[in-house]
Design a protein around this ligand. Structure first.
Ligand code: GAL
Length: 432
């Protein structure tokens, strides 16, 4: 059963990757007028009761965006009690386990966060989600959601979630003062990084701040992308790139070398702790999705180019490696109408603008109010519209939960053994 499911998801991943390849440079759809004059959802004065919304957005860099969305929801639906069912833990590592147990017990939250792409397909294949096409029709969303995203949430013409954002995963963040003091520039390639890392190491500075295992998987996917190139990286997920190839071996070797320049306590640090090392100047660089931008700017009041700077992760200039947070309507949600109210706010232009400025992501909708976004996010909007695209493994775009778990298990072993051949062999098996 599991094998069948895995195969079904892989088939999807293959067609999604193909779509990514085709539409990469024209990623936004035509902008049409939103459902209401100001893009806000039409408020219902009659709805009351409660709605439980499940995510993993707690703490620095995570909850400010959610809170902004909740504020709009409360204003639109003052009689619905918002129950924040967030489970702490970066990348949803803990939340997804809790969610699986609840779905298994037919006790779903009224709406839950799921990444567009293969991760969402797991829920769809398992028959756990309602088709939201009626809401897309009602709200006119098809014309304002990117062509890149829609295939990742659609099966047989049915659309299964409401994307609130697009995050970029291939970003290298840095402390500008540390770079200036050590006469170092943002590395364009991993070879450039190794030169800089030697200088930093000699100066007693951690070259690359790193956190717990999912952040190491995140680092790995960016090294794979940077070393293989976009088309070969995308091919890993649709079967057109051989996991056993020499280029993958070389990328894993590069990854092993990168790990030599990271902090030894990585396993015990949350992603925010790793970002904090950069803020404090204890480390020069960190690779993290652009929720880190929210952490720098919103939670730590830092100013771009003064407190933090950034570039595409080494070897990936011109490519936007992405993921998208989306919200769902689980079958048998106890408060279905209220969940639809939540989804209506999550998909609205005002909701997305309020959320994304705080979150450090760009709106999924293509009709955002660009002027309210800070410089980094404006540049991300430009890159999303013009770059090649690649999906994130760690954040659910390219591989099913089962496939990702297999790679993650192999990574866990590799972190101890540093056995490149064994890691690669396990990834070949995982893809088989
Ligand atoms: C991702 C999620 C982001 C951010 C990050 C860190 O999976 O899509 O919104 O929350 O995890 O927790």
């Amino acid at each position: 059963m599991q094998t069948l499911q895995k195969r079904a998801v892989k088939t999807f991943a293959a067609s999604a990757a193909l779509t990514l390849g085709l539409v990469g440079c024209a990623s936004t759809a035509e902008v049409e007028a939103p459902a209401t004059d100001d893009g806000a959802p039409a408020a219902s004065e009659t709805l009351s009761g409660s709605v439980e919304v499940f995510s993993w957005w707690t703490g620095g860099g995570e909850e400010a965006g959610l809170n902004a969305l909740i504020e709009i929801f409360n204003a639109e639906y003052p009689d619905i009690e918002f129950i924040n069912g967030a489970v702490a833990g970066g990348a949803g590592t803990n939340a997804r386990a809790v969610l699986a147990t609840r779905l298994e017990a037919s006790d779903p939250p009224d709406s839950f966060q799921g990444h567009a792409g293969a991760e969402l397909m797991d829920y769809i294949t398992a028959g756990q989600l309602e088709d939201l096409s009626f809401l897309y029709d009602e709200q006119g969303w098809v014309s304002v959601m990117p062509d890149t995203l829609l295939p990742l949430i659609t099966v047989d013409g049915a659309i299964y979630s409401v994307p609130v954002n697009i995050h970029r995963s291939n970003v290298m963040w840095a402390n500008p003062s540390v770079l200036a003091d050590n006469n170092i520039e943002m590395p364009a390639t991993w070879d450039d990084f190794f030169v800089a890392a030697e200088i930093l190491d000699a100066a007693g500075i951690i070259p690359l701040a790193l956190g717990e295992q999912w952040t190491q998987l995140h680092l790995f996917e960016t090294v794979l992308l940077g070393e293989l190139g976009t088309s070969a990286y995308n091919g890993l997920w649709d079967g057109s790139t051989d996991w056993a190839g020499a280029d993958v071996t070389a990328a894993v070797e590069t990854f092993a070398r990168v790990l030599e320049y990271t902090n030894s306590d990585a396993a015990s640090l949350a992603w925010q702790d790793a970002s904090q090392l950069v803020i404090n100047g204890d480390a020069a660089f960190n690779i993290m999705g652009d929720w880190a931008e929210g952490f720098f700017r919103v939670d730590n009041s830092l100013v771009e180019q003064e407190g933090y700077t950034w570039a595409a992760s080494p070897g990936t200039e011109g490519t936007f490696q992405f993921l998208s947070d989306s919200f769902t309507l689980p079958k048998d949600a106890a408060n279905r109408d209220q969940a639809i109210a939540w989804l209506t706010v999550a998909g609205s232009a005002v909701g997305q603008d309020a959320f994304n400025v705080q979150k450090g992501s760009i709106p999924a909708r293509s009709d955002a109010d660009r002027a309210i976004y800070p410089p980094y996010l404006q540049s991300a909007m430009d890159d999303w519209a013009s770059n090649e695209v690649a999906g994130s493994l760690t954040h659910g775009v390219t591989a099913s939960n089962a496939w990702k778990a297999d790679i993650d298990t192999a990574l866990g072993l590799f972190l101890g053994t540093k056995d490149v051949a064994a890691f690669q062999a396990a990834m070949v098996t995982a893809a088989g």
